[in-house]
Design a protein around this ligand. Structure first.
Ligand SMILES: Cc1ncc(COP(=O)(O)O)c(C=O)c1O
Length: 369
């Protein structure tokens, strides 16, 4: 394959000269953080772009998840997926909440709503689901269960920037949705995160919680944290927003090329969408089964030896890590679908500047094994 090393992703950056006027403005007005003008403007523009009512920007997605749980006063046990990045479950531990893992759907690799009810106990207060790879969860089924059992629903939408399901933005489902705006994400502010919420009252509570619990100059109403996004990151976000549609379009072209290039290879399955109306092409996961001549790990090593670094997202499962594996729900017998997916998955490189020749080479390489 090509001599240059190719990683699973490469952060999208706008032209540097376009960012300089924003920096000049920050230097001029000397407002660096604490809900400054760029912060306010980015919240408004993201609401418009995403089609949501309210957004609270954060320093990163993990602090946003921790704060989302606090803002809804979630306690006890929370039903969640083991097939995600570890920050999903860590946000529960940071709140003293017990995660209860439920298996995933074999097609979408999102939490399987049919298995949720059996995991509910008198201590269950919420469901923390993940739109894995940006593919929407079965939001209607989850809402029905939550309504029946009076549970809160929080979506870890770290991968789901800009995704629309059957009824508009997927971020409008659940009590809250949490975005990550990390460097590796479809839309990045270097580091960043956000909570999407439906009503102003919740947004104001979240704004207090991300600012030490301050409610005015001399009043502190909660043991809040410092989760504020800086003006630098917010300004960058405003500029990134101007380029986002083009960036997603390039991802789409790569997604199409992979699907064509990998079609018909025995033992390779490309994950399909989960019915979204607008996708963001955040990842390109394939599943490698026994019909393929070599194992997933052998393919992974061979690709790396040839300069391409795919990633095994999400292997190991969260439930395998030391702080989780003692939980009864972490037992592999409880999670057969997620366990198998974690052993089969490989996320191939996808990012706007990825040259098409490399996509073709990767497909040929996988076909030639
Ligand atoms: C599913 C998921 N949840 C949460 C996070 C945490 O976001 P951040 O890195 O912005 O803290 C990430 C990614 O980093 C993620 O992929």
């Amino acid at each position: 394959m090509s001599k240059k090393t190719t990683f699973v992703t490469q952060p999208f950056l706008p032209p540097l000269e376009e960012f300089l006027p924003y920096l000049e403005q920050i230097w001029q007005n000397k407002i660096l953080t604490n809900g400054g003008p760029f912060h306010q403007q980015l919240e408004q523009e993201l609401c418009k772009y995403l089609g949501v009512e309210h957004i609270a920007l954060f320093t990163n997605g993990t602090i946003a998840l921790v704060t989302a749980l606090q803002s809804l006063r979630v306690t006890g046990e929370v039903i969640t997926t083991p097939y995600s990045f570890v920050a999903t479950s860590h946000s529960l531990l940071w709140n003293g909440i017990k995660p209860v893992f439920v298996d995933v759907d074999p097609d979408t690799l999102n939490i399987d709503p049919q298995k949720i009810e059996a995991a509910i106990t008198p201590h269950t207060t919420a469901i923390l689901a993940v739109h894995c790879y940006g593919h929407p969860c079965d939001v209607d089924a989850i809402e029905k269960i939550a309504d029946t059992y009076n549970l809160k629903v929080i979506y870890d939408a770290a991968h789901a920037f800009g995704v629309q399901c059957h009824c508009g933005s997927v971020l409008n489902h659940g009590d809250l949705s949490v975005l990550s705006l990390h460097a590796t994400k479809v839309f990045n502010t270097f580091e960043g995160g956000a909570i999407v919420c439906p009503d102003l009252k919740t947004k104001l509570r979240i704004d207090q919680l991300k600012n030490f619990g301050h409610a005015g100059e001399t009043n502190v109403v909660a043991p809040g944290i410092n989760g504020k996004m800086s003006e630098f990151n917010a300004a960058l976000g405003l500029l990134q927003l101007k380029h986002i549609d083009g960036a997603i379009l390039k991802r789409k072209e790569i997604d199409i090329a992979y699907r064509q290039g990998l079609a018909g290879i025995k033992g390779i399955k490309c994950l399909t969408d989960s019915g979204e109306k607008v996708a963001n092409y955040a990842y390109f996961p394939i599943l490698i089964n026994e019909e393929y001549p070599i194992t997933r790990d052998e393919l992974y090593e061979q690709m790396k030896a040839n300069g391409v670094h795919p990633r095994r997202y999400f292997y190991p499962l969260i439930s395998e890590f030391p702080m989780y594996r003692g939980l009864p729900s972490s037992n592999r017998d409880n999670l057969p679908v997620a366990t198998r997916a974690a052993e089969q998955v490989l996320c191939l490189p996808i990012y706007p500047d990825l040259p098409m020749e490399i996509v073709y080479e990767i497909c040929q390489f996988i076909r030639a094994q």
